[in-house]
Write a new protein. Sequence first.
Length: 317
Amino acid sequence: MSASFPDWMTDIPPQSINTSLGVALALTVAVFWGLSPFAHAAAGRRISAFHALLWRSALGSAILLAILAVSRVSVPPLRASLVMAASGVVGVGIGDFVIFDALVQLGPRRTVQLLALGPVFTFLLAWIFLGETVSPVQFGGAALVLLASFTAIWVESRRDPASREPGRVSLRGISGALGGAIAIGAASVIARQAYRMDPGMHPIAASCLRVVSASMVLWLMPAVWGGYPVLMRSLTDRRAVVWVAFGTALGPVLGMLAFVGAIKHLEAGLVTALMSLSPLLILPVSAWRHRVRIGPAVILAAVAAVTGVALIALGRR
């Protein structure tokens, strides 16, 4: 069974699709977005999560606009541009706003593990709005992801208080990570809609639309409470600036370019599925970075979550 959708949401022409490239790009996103949370969390602990997010969005926008100017990529049609910009506001704006706070509250590893729930929301939204098929196997995969994610949180809530890994399990952190997973899933579907409207949209133009639109919304927020002076003083922390720059290169620049390219060549659910390998990639990095031992229960939960995501992506009828 598949959901109906508007006539303008036609399939992307076969000649525009390169599945192998899409898989490679999605896996690249998994690596970049698996490493960047360490940088974002380190910066957020020094200058606050919101200030780190604002500077990342500003730097990312500047770099992507420069790349757009040099590459001389054509501007997409207005309607497709607005849809892609909306994807940025949802995923990069709202999503990163709550994810950055979760990175500080939970720590990068726990946050990334909960973000594995993104495919659950992606395939449901893709079924409703894009007409993508949903099978019982996919519902089983969604249940497995949910079980694995919350099992990991339960195990983490009983962790050794002497652990040197940053962050701790809290309702605020869990809420932020879950909100981010929902935003990522919704943004993936919205971006796919934009490509259905303009199959020839260049990934550089799409990346600029997503990051710049989100940055514009985020930078209006400090005006509400007059937070610009404090924001400017955060630049005096040089280590935070270095972490922001490193995280920006991996996240909204290289990672975003790979993400929008993957969305063009693969279904939204499969892209998010491949990206969800980040929880497995982040385990050895976290163990090395913070010199902590990752328990077998957490490793098994991460493997189960990735398996569930694979069922969501590959279990269609």
